[in-house]
Design a protein around this ligand. Structure first.
Ligand code: PFF
Length: 463
């Protein structure tokens, strides 16, 4: 049977082609992970050294795992749980089967706090619209907002409501069209703001901190955090790529598509770093406390940058509007994965599955929000409830899921089978890297990362 005929016979919908796949994955990949999470982790984990580790991991594991997950999806035409079950089930390997389960659970942990940060973005948009840019540039503004008991929860519900509405109405129309227009504008605006930020007096120290690796700041936690960021940002170990791969045509070049996705995702993250890290030095002298601001870094620093621009109210509004769209497209992909897993596995209707996820995002999102106010006494190694959920998903479960993916491909399915799937549509120039990462380096490093993150969570290593 020719590829075309067999593709016509698949019951699954298929992406229209190369561009369709890249846009769908890039829409999911580029989001708060790049603009909010990457700069604060880079600032916290030593600047240039974190960047260096991140880039190395991205070109090796990032590449191998995106290609592997996509090829696994295309080969099996199944969702993550089904794909893992299909192969590990026939060897009765329960340990490997948990890989599919973890892939499915990670987006369910991310959804509640992603909605919370999305809510913060809408709050900032609203304040810019009301002309409050000067008040927002005060250092105490953000802290005062997130520590209040009710307000952040209301914004969280609004962001969640937008997402659920889109999931129920279908994705293709409005959001996708809007984000195709918004994403290029976001990039132009980000280039503009980063140039402004880098040319302020005193920014040089920040640029050096961001770009020059200081090896004395290296620790195993640098690798754990960079690995977690890689998975979060590229949506690896979360079932999304397996699912999207299952909708991909056989003639789409997986290797080229992977390269483009890595490029776009890293470019946006690097730009966000250039906007935020030099500004931390300009406005707060780069003190350890300022660099460790964590989840709030973007919300504390950017309003100061915008305000110092003179007509910052307008730029601030435009910027947060673009970030809102980037966050919304990613959040739709997170919720969509959860909904399709629930409806496939529990045979629920789309509407019921959406309502269940809506409830889950509230039940787990509320404590996350209160963790900055009434529940701020709950903390682990200095982490808030939001940080803990983020650490659990990004730094503990994703690397473990990726480890199981490497074992599934390397030991059960066979690297050749997956490599051949990729070769159907490309010469596979990076095959050597792919094989080494999936068979040898991947399992070793991912095991070290999984054990270290566990040790850090138990308090044996400083986070
Ligand atoms: N990769 C997205 C970002 O960088 O914001 C976040 C994300 C998307 C996480 C999809 C999880 C996911 F399943």
């Amino acid at each position: 049977m020719s590829t075309e005929t067999s593709e016509k016979n698949t019951a699954r919908g298929l992406f229209s082609g190369h561009i369709g796949f890249i846009l769908a994955v890039a829409g999911s990949a580029v989001g708060l992970g790049n603009i909010w999470r990457f700069p604060y982790l880079t600032a916290k984990y030593g600047g240039g050294i974190f960047l260096l580790v991140y880039l190395i991991l991205m070109l090796t594991f990032g590449f191998a795992l995106i290609a592997a997950e996509t090829a696994l999806g295309r080969k099996t035409r199944l969702s993550p749980i089904g794909a893992f079950r299909a192969f590990s089930g026939f060897r009765h390997n329960k340990f490997l089967m948990t890989g599919g389960f973890i892939n499915a659970v990670v987006p369910m942990i991310i959804l509640p706090y992603y909605c919370l940060i999305g809510g913060w973005i809408i709050k900032f948009l609203f304040e810019y619209l009301c002309g409050n840019s000067a008040a927002m540039a005060e250092s105490s503004f953000f802290g005062g907002f997130i520590s209040s008991a009710c307000e952040p929860i209301i914004w969280h519900l609004i962001f969640l409501g937008f997402t659920a509405f889109i999931i129920l109405r279908g994705v293709e129309g409005g959001v996708e069209k809007a984000s195709r227009i918004m994403m290029p504008i976001l990039l132009i605006l980000a280039v503009f703001v980063s140039i402004y930020s880098m040319t302020r007096p005193g920014a040089g120290a920040g640029i050096a901190y961001y770009l020059v690796p200081d090896f004395s700041k290296f620790s195993i936690m640098t690798v754990v955090a960079a690995c977690g960021q890689l998975f979060f940002s590229l949506s690896i170990g979360m079932g999304i790529l397996i699912t999207y791969g299952s909708y991909m045509r056989k003639n789409v070049d997986i290797e080229a598509a992977t390269g483009r996705i890595e490029l776009v995702d890293t470019f946006v993250a690097l730009l966000a770093g250039f906007m935020i890290i030099p500004a931390v030095f300009v406005f707060s002298g780069g003190s350890a406390e300022a660099l460790n601001a964590g989840a709030g870094l973007m919300f504390i620093t950017l309003p100061k940058v915008f305000e110092s621009m003179g007509w910052g109210g307008f730029i601030g509004f435009a910027f947060f509007l673009m970030v809102f769209f980037a966050a919304l497209t990613s959040n739709v992909s997170i919720m969509e994965t959860c909904v399709s897993t629930l409806s496939d596995e529990l045979h629920l209707s789309r509407r019921t599955a959406t309502m269940i996820m809506f409830g889950e995002a509230i039940v787990l999102g509320v404590p996350c929000s209160l963790g900055f106010g009434p529940l701020d006494f709950i903390s682990l190694g200095g982490m808030s409830i939001l940080d803990m959920m983020d650490f659990l998903a990004g730094s503990m479960l994703c690397p473990f899921a990726a480890l199981l993916t490497c074992l599934l491909i390397g030991r059960v399915i066979g690297v050749d089978v997956v490599a051949n799937e990729i070769k159907q549509s490309s010469p596979f120039k990076r095959e050597g890297v792919f094989r080494a990462c999936i068979r040898t380096f991947g399992p070793i490093i991912l095991l070290i990362v999984s054990v270290s993150s566990m040790a850090a969570a138990l308090g044996f290593i400083k986070i």
